[in-house]
Design a protein around this ligand. Structure first.
Ligand SMILES: Nc1ncnc2c1ncn2[C@@H]1O[C@H](COP(=O)(O)OP(=O)(O)OP(=O)(O)O)[C@@H](O)[C@H]1O
Ligand SMILES: [Mg+2]
Length: 259
């Protein structure tokens, strides 16, 4: 940038979500959260169960609506987009879920699942098939996996395919909500190394939000970490610093309880 300032790829301003259920006290799951995601950055989010991490990412992908605040994608306000306009957001933001199989329809092959977003974006069937084979290769899976169903592959393989699916339309932001938590440690490391390779290949065009219970993984992989507590961000910083010298008593408790 000419002025030396990096524009964020995603900017969250004062975002709030209140769940209201009849006969119950409203619950503020996300409470005035603000932060930015920079081009090429991997941003970790940690916080105890129920602190609002998934609610936050679900608002960003627009799976749920925010009550107030703003979500700016490359400077464009996407907070209240609907229908066709909202679909353009999904070409920029993709998500990988905790349960690998959640990214796929159990009755359709992995290849159908990966090719679907390409087809939705105007690719011909033949071109989508060819690109699917390339994406599988990128995620270290043999091309024949395109013909398998989700239940015919292991959890780690399915998660690789889910990453291939998420990458199909070259999103600029990948949201990983506990994407490695359901996998055993060696498979987890393989997925992390795949994400690391992708970051190196894509550089500033690819940012990751990485929600994870595993502080060691966040420390190894993330450039910056946010700590959530009861719907708010209570601390933000470089993972090594936050982990070694937590500023907030809650962060200290969280780290002590995990390490
Ligand atoms: N659809 C919903 N209706 C009512 N309350 C909800 C709903 N979704 C989430 N909540 C509540 O909002 C709070 C935040 O939930 P959220 O799933 O965002 O937490 P989390 O930080 O992702 O937790 P975990 O680490 O267990 O995944 C919790 O108290 C949860 O019970
Ligand atoms: Mg969650």
């Amino acid at each position: 940038m000419q002025d030396g300032k990096t524009e964020p790829v995603l900017e969250i301003r004062d975002l709030t979500k209140i769940f209201r259920r009849r006969g119950q006290t409203p619950l503020t799951a996300v409470d005035g959260v603000s932060f930015s995601l920079l081009p090429g950055e991997c941003l970790g989010i940690i916080g105890e169960s129920g602190s609002g991490k998934s609610t936050l990412v679900n608002m960003i992908t627009r799976l749920i609506d925010a009550d107030s605040g703003q979500i700016l994608l490359k400077g464009r306000d996407i907070t209240r987009l609907r229908g066709k306009a909202l679909r353009s957001v999904y070409s920029e933001i993709q998500m990988v879920f905790q349960q690998p199989a959640d990214s796929f329809d159990p009755r359709r092959t992995l290849g159908d699942g990966i090719g679907e977003s390409l087809r939705n974006n105007g690719w011909s069937a033949a071109a989508a098939r060819e690109e699917t084979a390339k994406l599988l290769d990128l995620c270290d899976l043999p091309a024949e996996f395109a013909g398998r169903y989700p239940h015919e592959v292991s959890g780690g393989q399915c998660q690789r395919a889910a990453i291939a699916r998420a990458l199909a339309i070259r999103p600029s932001i990948l949201l990983c909500d506990e994407a490695t938590s359901a996998l055993d440690v060696t498979v987890q490391q393989e997925i992390m190394s795949l994400l690391g390779d992708l970051r190196r290949q894509q550089g500033r065009n690819f940012s990751i939000m990485f929600i994870c219970h595993d502080i060691a993984l966040v420390q190894e992989f993330c450039d910056r970490v946010l700590v959530m507590y009861q719907g708010r961000i209570v601390e933000e910083g470089i993972p090594d610093t936050v982990i070694q010298c937590p500023a907030h008593p809650y962060t200290k408790r969280l780290i002590d309880s995990i390490l």
